[in-house]
Write a protein that binds this ligand. Structure first.
Ligand SMILES: [Zn+2]
Length: 451
């Protein structure tokens, strides 16, 4: 059994991290018209660029590079008035996306040749419905040794709103649910969700300055279908009920849609309702996972998860939906970046083999079915909640020691408050989700800062 005992740390003074914050945006009808127009043009540029590369490869056996395609842009813009309508950097970003798709393809191909079991997909044309976003790759521009704003931002009439001035589109109101760190903003992406709602995603470069002091606590985290997460010291979080409720409504909307005549006005209307419900479920789940991951990072200095092969698990037809829903991949990703950002520690991932069977006290293998909720070890007599036991095995593998054998505090249920939807079931001793007031990153929308 491999036991990486080292606790990984990152030197905070040099490292930076990119985070993206999503703000609800409210374009005017005219702006919406312009953006849709741009998206139409960008989508066709994207598809042309894909085809050009495929053709080029067929004819010469060589791939056309990004720079070659980018250099051709000015000439194309001269020839085609439609292209002149779109901001030049936004067009360049469109070609960057093509390049990224190709780079991923070549990388996958290389891995497959090296023996990795992955599916390799050749970059394909995109349908207009799937081409939903455009990116300004540069918020700040350097000219004559000083930075000037390529995209400007102005505080709105109240502190909860702001005006983002996008070249070629104009000023657009956004809702500032959290402070915008404009000085460190790198790119701005304008995006339309399937529900029709618009968002502005601001990607920000942050320096890694750990703001949460080390409490020396280590934990293993078991993710599961029964409980969302269980930690090795007996804390756990249930799957939130509000998501189940939203999902039931989603299924209902889906059923209604299937009864509608395809293409009819009622069908279109129902499709809109379904898209909005989908987005609602996604928003709520993301909200829950953000809070849960923050709670984990604020509670424990060193966190370990299992290395899960989500792609392989999803193939299991019975568990598929549940696994996808639980959003484990997301949880691990969110916890990882928050841990690095707030504590300067990397999350450890351990070998998942037999974590549910192994006894966390003596190491004996105790096979159990999915319905057995308690781990009872015939070797050493340990009786422990199944998921808590697994969390301890994970902690042991990551950090070389586990909580088992120490005096455990009364187990607590983590209560995560969802926006206005009541709380999930919680015991009297529930750990409420407290956001560290000292951390500027999580001081929600208290100030509108432009640095
Ligand atoms: Zn045992």
């Amino acid at each position: 059994m491999s036991r990486p005992r080292k606790k990984n740390s990152i030197t905070p003074s040099v490292a930076t991290i990119r985070v993206t914050h999503k703000y609800r945006a409210y374009p005017t009808v005219l702006q919406e018209y312009t953006i849709e127009n741009w998206l139409f043009i960008l989508c066709s540029v994207y598809n042309h660029a894909i085809e050009e590369r495929a053709e080029g490869y067929k004819n010469t056996g060589e791939t056309i590079s990004y720079s070659a395609q980018q250099n051709a842009l000015p000439v194309l813009r001269k020839a085609d008035p439609a292209l002149r309508k779109v901001h030049s950097q936004v067009l360049q970003d469109c070609l960057q996306r093509v390049d990224k798709a190709y780079q991923k393809f070549f990388e996958d191909l290389k891995q497959k040749k090296a023996g990795a079991k992955i599916k390799v997909g050749y970059p394909r044309r995109k349908k207009l419905e799937k081409y939903r976003s455009l990116t300004y790759p540069q918020v700040w521009m350097k000219s004559k040794d000083r930075l000037t704003e390529n995209i400007k931002i102005r505080s709105g009439e109240d502190r909860r709103s702001a005006l983002v001035i996008l070249p070629g589109i104009g000023g657009m109101n956004i809702r500032v649910h959290r402070a915008v760190d404009w000085r460190n903003a790198k790119t701005v992406t304008l995006k339309r969700e399937a529900s029709g709602a618009w968002y502005i995603c601001v990607s920000v470069e942050k320096e890694l300055v750990p703001t949460v002091s080390d409490n020396g606590k280590t934990t293993g985290v078991d993710v599961g279908l029964h409980k969302a997460v269980a930690t090795s010291d007996g804390n756990f979080a249930e799957h939130p009920k509000f998501i189940n409720k939203a999902e039931r409504r989603l299924r209902k909307a889906q059923k209604v849609l299937s009864r509608r005549e395809k293409g009819s006005a009622n069908y279109q209307k129902q499709k809109g309702i379904l898209a909005r419900r989908h987005e609602r479920v996604a928003n709520r789940r993301r909200d829950f996972l953000h809070k849960l991951s923050l709670w984990l990072v604020l509670s424990y200095s060193y966190i370990a998860f299992e290395k899960l092969n989500i792609a392989a698990m999803v193939k299991n037809p019975h568990l598929a939906k549940a696994i996808l829903d639980a959003g484990w991949g997301s949880l691990i990703r969110l916890t990882s970046y928050k841990s690095v950002m707030l504590r300067g520690n990397e999350v450890v991932r351990v070998n998942p083999a037999y974590t549910t069977q192994e006894c966390s006290k003596c190491g004996a293998r105790v096979p159990k079915t999915l319905t057995e909720r308690i781990h009872k070890c015939p070797q050493c007599g340990l009786v422990l909640d199944r998921d808590t036991n697994a969390a301890n095995v994970i902690e042991e593998r990551a950090f070389g020691s586990s909580t088992v054998g120490r005096d455990l505090p009364e187990p607590t249920v983590l209560a995560v408050n969802a926006c206005g939807d009541g709380t999930s079931a919680a015991s009297a001793s529930a750990v409420s989700l407290v956001v560290d007031p000292g951390s500027p990153d999580y001081n929600v929308a208290s100030a509108f800062s432009r640095g």
